[in-house]
Design a protein around this ligand. Structure first.
Ligand SMILES: [Fe+2]
Length: 238
């Protein structure tokens, strides 16, 4: 399996704090059957000052450490980009780490604030699409506005966005509302990818399998597998 959304890279955001933590998370991911992890540090101007050029070397260093320790995990650079005007500026400066390119569109993991969908989101997304950037919306099932009205995600799907569920949500780790929203989004066929959004071993581990099992009960085993194998592979060009 490929994990398209993770905070395993140490010292860059609210995920792993040290190399040791990163390695422990990597071992857990491998145990779960993950062979490739896209590292998606928060790209959130004003909160986390991460940019593509500054992260590249850190990912290479982490890969070297994994290889040195004999942990069979491939890591790649991506980023979880906060919806903000400043993110558009980073796009123009070529400082956004994309997940990959599909059919001429660079795929960007895009995060809304948890509490709402900001005014102007539609225009922001239309602008991204004009720049040939396709947003993969991170964990919509945890957004309060979408929890209250799941059809609000439909607007963005119709514009051309894809959506990523967090495995822990469909496995029930984030409560009933996130679980029920996740089921609804799966039933409406709005989900392309399931990923871990791993931050730590205790509460947000790098585990996909439980989410895949739970999703399989909604969409069947074959489609659930596609969300952690085929679609992620297509997006990262593996
Ligand atoms: Fe995340």
């Amino acid at each position: 399996m490929i994990d398209l959304h993770s905070h395993l890279l140490f010292g860059v955001d609210d995920g792993a704090a040290t190399l040791e933590e990163s390695l422990a998370l990597a071992r857990r991911a491998v145990e779960d059957g993950i062979h490739t992890c896209v590292l998606t540090p928060h790209i959130h101007p004003g909160r986390y000052a991460n940019v593509r050029s500054g992260l590249v070397q850190q990912v290479t260093h982490f890969q070297n450490e994994l290889d040195h320790q004999g942990i069979p995990l491939k890591v790649r650079l991506g980023g979880e980009v906060r919806l903000s005007v400043e993110s558009l500026e980073l796009l123009l400066e070529e400082e956004i780490p994309f997940l990959g390119t599909v059919d001429g569109y660079r795929v960007m993991l895009l995060e809304f604030p948890h509490q709402m969908i900001p005014v102007g989101s539609q225009q922001f997304i239309e602008k991204l699409l004009q720049f040939k950037v396709r947003p993969l919306i991170a964990h919509p099932e945890r957004n309060k506005a979408i929890m209250a009205q799941p059809e609000k995600l439909g607007l963005f799907i119709n514009l051309g966005c894809w959506a990523q569920l967090t495995a822990g949500s469909i496995a029930g780790r984030f409560g009933d509302a996130a679980y029920e929203t996740a089921v609804t989004l799966l039933e409406r066929e709005w989900v392309h990818v399931i990923a871990t959004d791993a931050h730590n071993l205790e509460h947000r581990p790098p585990v996909l399998s439980e989410g895949v099992r739970a999703a399989a009960e909604v969409v069947g085993a074959a489609r659930a597998q596609q969300m952690v194998v085929d679609w992620p592979a297509k997006i990262i060009g593996a």
